[in-house]
Design a protein around this ligand. Structure first.
Ligand code: SAH
Length: 263
């Protein structure tokens, strides 16, 4: 069966075997590992995951035509979930902690990353995520405070995850060739993080601050808190700073205070 890449589903298949091997090696798959691949496509990464002989492998693929193709290619060696990844309840896939690979459309990568971070479920269902992003988005995820790329994405990600840049991937490694450069990131769960009752509060906080990223933080603080002086004192904030000057941990503290007031 001939495969026509669907642009709407971000189908850019990896064809460079060296890069595929390099990506799979990041996973450090052992014989007792369970692996989840999202957006398996024609199975180019799947094939190299199988070579590592993991205990179990699950793949999520939305496109029915591709599901037919990978069923033929791998038979019963893999468990296929023919769904939109955004609609899958990730913690029901497998009782083992999963090593998750994803070369997905880049807007979906960002959405699942946020979805999985804000998911308030307590039990951690993954060992690590190894995801590809458009280079600019990866730069925003990795950004440190006091830089122009720092903002909601890095603060949200750093709340529950440690992030590591693995390497950039040239567009010539894909077919069809995309117009952008890609970066592979690895995410592992943080051992501890400030617990919030509702992670939406962190999103509200970062949105309020970074929608006006050039303003001094006095303004968003006044918008969020009736008695913002009290918060300013308690968290020892300098109200003349701008949103990009506050460390991620300060935002988690602010979210906690915001949450307390809402009870
Ligand atoms: N991993 C393969 C394919 C990458 S292309 C490779 O590297 O060669 C991205 C794949 O994600 C496509 O197969 C596309 O159909 C699938 N996909 C796109 N949106 C999806 C979604 N919401 N849920 C699950 N799969 C999706």
């Amino acid at each position: 069966m001939k495969i026509r890449a669907k642009k709407s589903l971000g189908q850019n298949f990896l064809i460079d075997k060296n890069i595929i091997k390099k990506i799979i090696n990041v996973g450090n798959i052992l014989s007792n590992s369970s692996v989840l691949e999202i957006g398996a496509g024609t199975g180019n990464l799947t094939e190299y995951i199988l070579k590592k002989k993991p205990k179990k492998i699950f793949v999520i693929e939305k496109d029915e035509n591709l599901v037919i193709k990978i069923k033929q290619r791998f038979k019963e060696k893999i468990n296929i979930i023919n769904k939109d990844v955004l609609k899958v309840e990730e913690n029901t896939i497998c009782s083992d902690k999963l090593i998750v690979f994803g070369n997905l459309p880049y807007n979906i990568s960002t959405q699942i990353l946020s979805k999985w971070i804000v998911n308030d479920c307590q039990n951690i269902w993954y060992e690590k995520y190894i995801f590809m992003f458009q280079k600019e988005v990866a730069d925003r995820i990795l950004a440190k405070k006091d830089t122009k790329n720092y903002g909601r994405l890095s603060i949200l990600t750093n709340w529950k995850l440690d992030v590591k840049k693995m390497f950039n991937i040239n567009s010539s490694c894909f077919l069809p060739k995309p117009n952008i450069q890609s970066t592979l990131l690895m995410f592992t769960p943080k051992k501890s993080f400030l617990k919030l009752k509702n992670s939406k509060n962190l999103e509200i906080i970062t949105r309020t601050f970074f929608n006006q990223r050039r303003k001094k933080i006095k303004k968003p603080l006044n918008q969020l808190f009736k008695n913002s002086n009290k918060i300013t004192k308690k968290l020892k904030l300098d109200v003349n700073l701008r949103p990009q000057n506050l460390a991620p941990e300060i935002y988690y503290e602010i979210a906690k205070e915001y949450e307390k007031l809402r009870n």
